[in-house]
Design a binder for this molecule. Structure first.
Ligand code: PGA
Ligand code: ZN
Length: 750
């Protein structure tokens, strides 16, 4: 570069952590690289720009060993965290990653990389000067240990102790200068062999990290380029073999064991850590990685060959069903079972080729919305017309034939098949009771095949959240012979710190309410969802009794436990308005809204569900505008778990919380869309059971895995209800200190 030359900067595709420019000035051509202090990844991730000076030091040291291994450093300015280096033009150098992506996989290349990496490690092994020059523990922790190992430990709490121990051991092993980012992306292939780039994470530490880090890329790429899976695994062996042959600073077996233990942790990290690989996007491929990595963490292999063998079983294209695959559907069985009201319902069982089974049972509503998916019943006189023989028949015949051979990990494909097979907009042909049971069964089978709890399977990489329970104390409306008009009088244990505390608060209130019921004259019993079935003189009489029950339980209304109501107003529609039959009162939409608002002012109410009827759009808008700042306005019959209806309601300002019922939507996939839509609108969601239930606990896992925030499954009595609360307790226990309880969105008091 001569005086007077003008430098032109052209940005090159940089990594997530630096800006890189190609600079042309006169005849000179070189690169300038500057470190960023906030990395370009979705998660907040900051790192000290002094790593730029570390990289310069690594490039310079390695150049003194063999100048072909690195681009030459031309100048550096640590004060701005930038340096200039030789430009290696794409015409003469191809990134190894690009070659692999093309399906051109040459095991000899991997062997050369392995051999050279070992020679670099050997050159600095046990060197006191190198230990001082690369004492970058903090930066290695920030760039590697935390985002890869510790972030993954948070995503997989049940493996946290294993992952934390690996993090600790890696951080403590101080043997030689490690590159820290040896991956096909950072290796250019030129006429003189591989050139190593991007040594920002260089650190005097554990060389097993470099080996495992690079081998991991070869494993993950078997899912990216399945046609070259065999060659990638051969490359894995070639690299591992060549590297280990060059280990002279410690027993090669010791290093191999550390690398083999670390490898599955890094695989999991590239799916659930802070820096997921960009090419594994489908849930199916992410689940494959989890399914391979998790057992290797609980049952570590000491030889790299053992890790490779686990992956070798998966080399065929995972999208295509092949006879060797054990996670494809082998059979689907339909069965008539009985629900909590003694009515027939559909159970489906999905059997995989592995022999693993998953089961789902359809729930059933009594106060169903007009726009729900159709619960198919046989009609006629037997069982009051509620037989499910037709729906069960569909599961065992048509549905079974359509699903056999599909990979169970692809829930969307399973659900799409069900939707297409039914062919109606509301599942009226096959029956939503058939499709929901099958969809749930497939989901359970997938989690069982992965060997992980359902909530974990659903959470994927996101944080699970225990739901705040909404627990019925008094049942009314269609669930209690309409003794009182309002369908549900519930409590929300807002003062609880844990799910366990929340349930025990609700149980204390239920018990106190039972004592109050016993003291009152007149008939009493337990309604469909287990709540006390009251003989109240009016709806507000029930609210008064609930308030007394909270106090009698020794709790503070509104502080320890607040009140929620489900008006289920579609059930109260009469002529152009509404009717409180228990009070013999005809009400207009405005009058009903006025009464509800008065209650909201008088009682510690935090949530009102279906305050007006499913067709009363104007009433819902009006109520939401008056009450929405102070209480949750929940749409059940009004939204029927439909993404379209949520979008319309959000635009109109009619209700602001989703009640999510699996069988309103009819498949797992069709339940996801409404949940995401609600989230996009900034709404909270309540996963809900139906009044007709079974021992099936799928919805608890949905609430936790999807992080819905709230759960409504009825009362404290009847085992189909307690089965769900008890499952929540088990999940909370398994999460240990990682368990977090959902909160209601904050609202202003009236
Ligand atoms: P359903 O009632 O299951 O009878 O429809 C539950 C609810 O309205 O929330
Ligand atoms: Zn409801």
């Amino acid at each position: 570069m001569l005086p007077g030359d003008v430098a032109r900067f052209e940005p090159l595709a940089g990594g997530v952590s630096s800006d890189i420019w190609l600079v042309r000035a006169g005849a000179a051509e070189f690169c300038v690289k500057r470190a960023l202090d906030r990395l370009r990844v979705a998660a907040e991730w900051r790192a000290d720009i002094s790593r730029n000076a570390t990289e310069v030091r690594w490039l310079t040291e390695v150049a003194s060993l063999d100048s072909d291994l690195v681009p030459a450093v031309l100048a550096s300015d640590p004060s701005v965290g930038a340096f200039a280096m030789e430009y290696l033009p794409p015409g003469r150098y191809e990134p190894w990653k690009a070659q692999l992506a093309r399906g051109c996989v040459i095991p000899e290349t991997a062997a050369t990389v392995g051999r050279q990496l070992a020679s670099i490690h050997a050159a600095f092994a046990r060197s006191g000067t190198a230990a001082a020059d690369f004492a970058t523990d903090t930066s290695f922790h920030d760039l590697r240990i935390e985002p890869y190992l510790l972030a993954t430990a948070r995503a997989h709490p049940d493996l946290a102790s294993v992952l934390e121990a690996l993090a600790e051991r890696t951080a403590q092993t101080k043997l030689t200068v490690v590159h820290g980012d040896v991956s096909p992306k950072n290796i250019l292939l030129g006429a003189r062999g591989p050139v190593f780039l991007d040594a920002e994470c260089a650190w005097f530490g554990d060389p097993a990290f470099d080996l495992a880090f690079c081998l991991n890329h070869l494993l993950l790429k078997t899912l990216w380029v399945p046609s070259a899976a065999h060659e990638l695994l051969t490359s894995f062996d070639a690299m591992a073999g060549a590297y280990l042959a060059g280990v002279d600073w410690e027993p090669a077996a010791a290093l191999e064991q550390r690398a083999a233990h670390l490898l599955p942790a890094l695989s999991l990290a590239r799916v659930d850590g802070k820096s997921p690989v960009e090419y594994l996007t489908s849930d199916e491929s992410k689940n494959t990685v989890r399914c391979l990595a998790r057992p290797l963490l609980t049952h570590p292999q000491d030889r790299l060959e053992g890790v490779r063998r686990a992956w070798g079983g998966r080399t065929s294209d995972i999208r295509r069903s092949s006879p060797s695959q054990d996670d494809v559907v082998e059979a689907v069985i339909g069965r008539r079972v009985w629900d909590s009201r003694g009515r027939p319902t559909v159970e489906a069982e999905v059997v995989l080729r592995s022999g693993i089974r998953g089961r789902g049972m359809a729930p059933a509503g009594a106060s169903t919305g007009a726009n729900e998916a159709v619960d198919l019943r046989d009609g006629g006189s037997v069982f009051g017309g509620l037989g499910v023989d037709r729906a069960v028949g569909h599961v065992s015949t048509e549905i079974a034939s359509a699903l056999v051979g599909l990979p169970v990990m692809d829930q969307e494909a399973i659900d799409r098949t069900l939707i297409a097979l039914d062919g109606t907009p509301n599942k009226s042909r096959l029956g939503a009771n058939a499709t929901v049971a099958v969809s749930m069964a497939a989901l359970h089978a997938a989690a069982a095949q992965l060997g992980i709890p359902l909530w974990r399977h659903l959470a994927g990489g996101s944080e699970p959240l225990l739901p705040m329970p909404m627990v019925q104390i008094f049942g009314g409306g269609a669930h209690a012979g309409r003794r009182v008009d309002i369908q549900d009088f519930l409590v929300v244990p807002v003062g609880a710190a844990t799910f366990d505390q929340a349930i025990s608060i609700a149980m204390r209130i239920y018990e106190a309410a039972g004592r109050i019921m016993a003291e009152r004259a007149g008939p009493r019993g337990v309604a469909d969802e287990g709540g006390w079935w009251p003989e109240f003189s009016s709806n507000s009489d029930a609210l008064d009794a609930l308030l007394v029950a909270i106090e009698r339980a020794g709790l503070r209304p509104g502080v320890d436990a607040a009140i929620a109501i489900d008006v289920a107003a579609s059930q109260l529609q009469s002529g152009a308005g509404y009717r409180f039959a228990s009070e013999n009162k005809e009400l207009s939409s405005d009058e009903l809204a006025d009464i509800l608002l008065q209650w909201c002012r008088r009682y510690p109410i935090v949530s009102v569900e279906d305050p007006l009827g499913q067709d009363d759009d104007a009433g819902m808008r009006e109520f939401t505008s008056r009450a929405g700042a102070h209480v949750q306005v929940v749409g059940d019959d009004y939204l029927v778990t439909s993404a379209q209806r949520i979008a319309a309601a959000a635009t109109a300002g009619a209700c602001d919380v989703l009640l999510l019922k699996l069988n309103q939507a009819a498949t797992i996939t069709e339940t996801t869309a409404p949940l995401l839509e609600a989230r996009a609108e900034g709404w909270s969601s309540i996963v809900s059971a139906r009044s007709g239930e079974t021992e099936d606990v799928t919805i608890v896992h949905l609430a936790v895995g999807w992080g819905a925030g709230q759960l409504k499954v009825g009362s404290c009595a009847r085992s189909e209800r307690t089965a769900k609360w008890n499952e929540g307790l088990r999940i909370e226990e398994s999460l240990g200190s990682a368990a977090v309880l959902g909160r209601l969105p904050v609202r202003k008091p009236f």
